[in-house]
Design a protein around this ligand. Sequence first.
Ligand code: 13P
Length: 287
Amino acid sequence: MLVSAKEMLQKAQAGHYAVGQFNINNLEWTKAILQTAQENNSPVILGVSEGAGKYMAGYKTVVGMVNGMLEEMNITVPVALHLDHGSYDACLKCVEAGFSSIMYDGSHSPIDENVANTKKLVEICKEHNMSLEAEVGSIGGEEDGVVGMGECADPQECKRVADLGIDFLAAGIGNIHGKYPANWQGLSFETLAAIKELTGDMPLVLHGGTGIPTDMIKKAIDLGVAKINVNTECQLSFAAATRKYIEEGKDQQGKGFDPRKLLAPGAEAIKATVKEKMEIFGSIGKA
Ligand code: 13P
């Protein structure tokens, strides 16, 4: 059964590790991530962006697929199904579809509007026993057409949103989605520490997990990050393994064109990437 991410992140925060949110794109992705979580006894959050939801034929399809896998694959570790960077309307749709967690991304709106919508969603999530992530300070890079400049959040605004009754908070600290440019300045630990100081026990979320050096990840966890989002890195691993399979001509040998064979190396590559991240985040054995 899907669970809210509230409890797993409170435990992570208290235990000084982080739970990975791995974004899903299709059945292979979902299965690979769930298998890895189960094999490593780790809690996990499956992230679904609005674009990925559309691609997978809608939120209800996603809920059906994930619930089916939890049962048929005998998954016993805590799993949350979480909307990633949702608009207000998408949040309502995911509540209705049966997600167990949502992120409302009001970071592109004026802070008063962000606060008003977040407040409404706090009540809705409480009614449905779901967890809610809010965002302050837009996260740079591009994700499904949502473009941000990679700013650092204002710690006072973070406190204002954290105090609304949300379960975890994403705050920009110089992180961006996708690959980091060569001239990237690194994470702003000063900002992170200032946010932590004002938001107390609120688990903090680090988006743009792809390509952040391990020492920075560990320092961020020390400073209160309890959830780390990874998307691009699984896509890159999947693409590289699939490219290798095709370049070696394996799709042209025997029944190598069978999608169950063609997509297998990519799925294995996702599993390896997810395991590597779980090791760095410290969530192995924490289910
Ligand atoms: P990356 O694609 O950079 O790993 O970021 C993922 C993310 O933050 C999803 O919200």
